[in-house]
Write a protein that binds this ligand. Structure first.
Ligand code: GAF
Length: 420
C-alpha cells in the first residue's frame, strides 16, 4: 500500500526504527532518515550502455539510511540484517584514504559514493550512516543502486549540496563503475533517484531526458508480478562486461558512436552487411571467467540485433501505453525475453521457465528483468489470473526441481526521498 507521496505502509515505523538503531550504534541521534527503492525494468534491457532507451519503475522495497555528518574526515557505515547488504559490522574508513576497491564488500558502495562526490570536487566530509533494507540482494532488483542513491541523497542533504536527482544518479553510477568496478549503465541509479509513484520512467540514456509514463495497472484490472528465481545474479563476474564489450565492438564495426545510432528500418541490411566473423562467440575483456573466446557468449551480429530491436520495443510499449492499450504491451515483453535469451544470451533455465510457465498459464506477457544470469522476471497478468499464474509458475519450479521462487506484486512506487 502506498499513499499519494509514495510512502509505503510501515515506512514511518521503519524510519523510526532505523533512527533508533542509529542511536544505539553511534550513541547520538541521526540528522535525518532517507529512503531509495529497488526497481524492476519493464522494457529496455542492456540498452543503457548503448545510449538507448529504458523504462524502469520503482518497487515499494527500499533501503533506508539514517545519517549524521562528522567533522573528522571519517566515514562509518553500519548495516542491520533486515534483508540488507551488511553483516552487522561497522566499517570505518578515512576519507583521505578512500581508493577504488574491487572486492571491497558492501561498504564499497557507500564509500564509492563519498569518493565520487569528492572526486567531483563537491564539499563532502565525513558521516556516520546506518542502513536497513528490504530490497532483496542478488535478485536483479538493484539493491546496489538503492544503497548508492540513498547514500548520495543523504550526503546531498547533510552537506547542503542541492544536487539534482539525475546528478545524484550519475555520481552513484560513477561510484559503481570506478570505485566498485562494475561497468553498469545509468538505468538503475536513475530509477532509484527519479521514479515517481504510479509511473514507469522513460529514460533516454543518451541525453538523459526523462518522461514519467502513467502506469496504473490496478485501475486497468491488471497486475505486474515479480518472480524472483532466487538464482543469485552478479554483474561483476565478466559476462556483463563481455556483453558490453561486444556492443562496443559492434558499434565500431558499423562506424557508429553507439548501437542506438543503428536505425531499426536499416537493421536487415546492416546485419547482412556484417562479415561472417561477426557471428563468432564473443571474445570479452579477458578479466572474467565467462568471457573467454568460444565461451558461447553472443557474437556481434546477435548483440546488434538485440539492442536495435529492444530500443524499438521500448518505443512500441510507450506508444501502446499512450494509446490506452496496456494489455497490448504483453507480446512486446515476451518478444523482449526471446531476444535476451536467444540473441543476447543473458537468460538462464529458471528465468526461461518462469516466463514460459507464466505465458502458458495465461499471462499477457513476461520477460526477465535487469542484467540477467539469474535474478527476476516480470509478468503482466489480468488481475483475475494472478493466483492461477502464480500457482502454475510455482508448480513448474517444483516439477523442475528448482527452489520455490518468491513471487510478489510490483506497484510503481516513488524514487529516493527524505523520510524524517
Ligand atoms: C544491470 C545494470 F546495472 C544496468 O545498468 C543495465 O545495464 C541492466 O543490467 C541491463 O539492462 O541492472
Amino acid at each position: 500500500m502506498t499513499d499519494t507521496t509514495g510512502r509505503t505502509a510501515g515506512e514511518e515505523q521503519r524510519a523510526r526504527d532505523t533512527a533508533e538503531r542509529f542511536r544505539e550504534v553511534y550513541g547520538a541521534a541521526p540528522a535525518g532518515v532517507w529512503a531509495a527503492p529497488g526497481r524492476v525494468n519493464l522494457i529496455g534491457e542492456h540498452t543503457d550502455y548503448n545510449d538507448g532507451f529504458v523504462m524502469p519503475l520503482a518497487l515499494p522495497h527500499t533501503t533506508l539510511a539514517a545519517a549524521a555528518p562528522r567533522t573528522d574526515g571519517v566515514l562509518r557505515v553500519h548495516s542491520g540484517d533486515g534483508g540488507g547488504s551488511g553483516d552487522g559490522q561497522t566499517v570505518e574508513l578515512r576519507l583521505d584514504a578512500l581508493r577504488p576497491a574491487p572486492d571491497g564488500g558492501w561498504a564499497a558502495y557507500p564509500a564509492g559514493v563519498v569518493w565520487a562526490m569528492r572526486e567531483a570536487g563537491l564539499p563532502v566530509g565525513g558521516a556516520d550512516l546506518h542502513y536497513d533494507s528490504t530490497v532483496p540482494v542478488g535478485a536483479g532488483l538493484s539493491s546496489s543502486a538503492a544503497l548508492e542513491v540513498v547514500t548520495a541523497l543523504a550526503l546531498d542533504h547533510l552537506y547542503g549540496l542541492g544536487l539534482t536527482r539525475q546528478r545524484l544518479a550519475q555520481l552513484a553510477q560513477r561510484a559503481e563503475n570506478a570505485f566498485v568496478g562494475v561497468p553498469c549503465g545509468i538505468m538503475d541509479q536513475t530509477a532509484a533517484a527519479c521514479c515517481t509513484n504510479g509511473h514507469a520512467l522513460f529514460l533516454d540514456t543518451r541525453d538523459l531526458s526523462q518522461r514519467q509514463i502513467p502506469f496504473d495497472l490496478a485501475g486497468e484490472g491488471l497486475r505486474l508480478l515479480v518472480v524472483d528465481t532466487r538464482v543469485k545474479h552478479e554483474l561483476g563476474d565478466g559476462a556483463y562486461a563481455q556483453r558490453r564489450a561486444m556492443c562496443e565492438r559492434g558499434a565500431r564495426a558499423l562506424g557508429v558512436h553507439a548501437l542506438r545510432d543503428v536505425p531499426y528500418a536499416h537493421l536487415p541490411a546492416v546485419l547482412d552487411g556484417l562479415p561472417a566473423e561477426h557471428d563468432e562467440p564473443g571474445v570479452g575483456t579477458g578479466d572474467g571467467p565467462d568471457d573467454r573466446p568460444g565461451d558461447g557468449g553472443p557474437g556481434v551480429r546477435a548483440v546488434v540485433r538485440h539492442v536495435v530491436t529492444e530500443n524499438r520495443r521500448v518505443e512500441d510499449v510507450i506508444a501502446r501505453l499512450d494509446a490506452g492499450e496496456p494489455r497490448a504491451i504483453g507480446p512486446l515483453l515476451t518478444a523482449g525475453h526471446a531476444s535476451l535469451r536467444d540473441d543476447f544470451r543473458v537468460s538462464c533455465a529458471e528465468l526461461d521457465l518462469a516466463v514460459d510457465a507464466a505465458v502458458a498459464a495465461g499471462a499477457l506477457g513476461a520477460r526477465m528483468t535487469g542484467g540477467g544470469f539469474g535474478g527476476s522476471a516480470v509478468v503482466l497478468v489480468e488481475e483475475a489470473d494472478t493466483d492461477t499464474v502464480t500457482a502454475r509458475v510455482t508448480e513448474a519450479f517444483a516439477a523442475a526441481g528448482h527452489p520455490a521462487p518468491r513471487i510478489f506484486l510490483a506497484v510503481p512506487g516513488a524514487g529516493a526521498r527524505r523520510l524524517r
